[in-house]
Design a protein. Structure first.
Length: 144
């Protein structure tokens, strides 16, 4: 069950459904980058299953509790669960979003859970990269 409805009539951007062979259902996406991430998850042997908008995460920013919906949850072959945010790299250059994602990563770290941000750089190279290595390289929890 999704934590929130992904594809709606309102809003900007490219939204749609991807026919997943791995999940045997349509997967909702909110951007072309999310669609590309789904394609990577579909082709990756490391990903056993995945789901979009899996849960709500609570984190603190400036002593105020905030809510966050990760884009995807991956279950890997080794049993690890990874929450993934898919963002254009340009968005990560703003101080506001950088601080936000560091606060979210800290929340995951405090619970010993894994959170990664994937950009078009990783997704475009995805066919030639090992997904496990990509996830480890983009794990914001590494080093605290």
């Amino acid at each position: 069950m999704l934590s929130r409805k992904v594809v709606t009539r309102s809003g900007r951007g490219f939204r749609g459904y991807f026919p997943s062979k791995k999940l045997n259902r349509s997967v909702q996406f909110e951007s072309l980058l999310e669609r590309d991430a789904i394609k990577l998850f579909e082709s990756s042997k490391e990903v056993v299953t995945y789901k979009e908008q899996p849960t709500i995460i609570y984190y603190y920013l400036d002593d105020i509790q905030k809510r966050y919906h990760p884009d995807f949850e991956l279950v890997l072959q080794d049993g690890d669960i990874v929450h993934v945010e898919v963002k254009p790299s340009i968005h990560l250059t703003t101080i506001k979003l950088s601080v936000k994602y560091q606060a979210i990563a800290q929340s995951y770290f405090s619970r010993a859970e894994t959170f990664v941000v994937l950009t078009e750089n990783e997704l475009r190279a995805g066919a030639s990269l090992d997904l496990y290595q990509t996830l480890n390289n983009n794990n914001l929890n590494m080093g605290g």
